[in-house]
Design a protein around this ligand. Structure first.
Ligand SMILES: Cc1cc2nc3c(=O)[nH]c(=O)nc-3n(C[C@H](O)[C@H](O)[C@H](O)COP(=O)(O)O)c2cc1C
Length: 257
């Protein structure tokens, strides 16, 4: 598309690429028409819709242990969904799967604590809080690397670099998940070790599973690219949900040797 100004009458008008410009007001043509804008055709084309889930893995996330306490029971889970949303007052958001015990505890108590994972975090810490549910186990049993904050909640002090406490100010129902918004009531830095991004976790902390193509019985193995859980079966059901991290079948890849 090209835009012209007529130097005779002052009219401005647009002409499609390849068409001859003629002033719509005074019908003048040629040099008296001044080209004032030339938008390349490529910029006008609308891209065809695409649905490549790998694009989601290019988004940067942090990693956190989110904790809560209810009726004297402490619990927490790994999330990659904490973000600051406002400055005055300081508020953060957090998205948690409704299947997680931590979700229900936050919903009922209106409080949560965020321990920011650093590059010093090890896989055992991720396993403890991210690969099992507090519904079946006491995740803090025998775990010494924690302290109780001013909010009364336990936070993790090893493999972390900061801790924030929040009181829930709003909840958005997202179907499978709830998004909590919380006003920060306490925030402190523990050390200067860089924070672990989700990408850092995948490349440096997550245990690399051995490469196997099929089981000795010849069945196909599918692996969750998020947490490493392996599903054995020739076909992965379309509606399969990872029992560990609750990600869908689209986050599984066929393991090849
Ligand atoms: C790397 C990683 C990231 C995760 N991110 C999230 C998340 O953002 N939201 C969520 O609800 N669960 C997430 N999970 C899954 C929970 O941590 C996991 O389901 C946990 O066992 C729930 O424990 P709970 O039932 O005691 O709350 C993640 C797990 C891992 C390993």
């Amino acid at each position: 598309m090209k835009k012209y100004r007529c130097t005779i009458c002052g009219a401005e008008f647009e002409v499609a690429d390849g068409e001859k410009p003629v002033c719509p007001e005074c019908l003048m043509e040629g040099d008296v028409l001044e080209l004032i804008e030339d938008t390349p055709a490529a910029k006008q084309e609308t891209a065809a819709p695409a649905a490549d889930p790998a694009a989601l893995h290019r988004i940067s996330y942090g990693l956190f242990v989110v904790t809560a306490q209810e009726n004297g029971k402490d619990n927490g889970c790994i999330t990659n969904t904490v973000a600051q949303v406002t400055s005055e007052p300081v508020q953060i958001s957090l998205t948690v799967n409704k299947a997680n015990l931590t979700h229900d505890m936050i919903l009922r108590t209106g409080k949560f604590s965020v321990s920011v994972l650093s590059q010093a975090a090890d896989f055992a810490l991720i396993q403890r809080f991210g690969f099992q549910s507090g519904r079946d186990t006491d995740k803090f049993a025998g775990f010494a690397d924690c302290a109780r904050g001013a909010d009364g909640l336990l936070c993790v002090t090893r493999g972390t670099n900061a801790v924030l406490s929040a009181e829930v100010t709003g909840i958005v129902n997202l179907g499978t998940h709830s998004q909590f918004f919380g006003r920060v009531t306490d925030m402190r830095v523990l050390n200067d070790t860089p924070a672990a991004t989700y990408d850092y976790y995948l490349k440096n902390i997550k245990a690399t599973p051995k490469k196997i193509g099929t089981t000795p019985e010849g069945q196909t193995v599918w692996r969750c690219v998020i947490c490493g859980y392996e599903y054995v079966g020739d076909t992965l059901p379309e509606d399969f949900i990872c029992p560990l991290c609750k990600h869908p079948a689209s986050d599984f890849e066929k393991v090849t040797s």
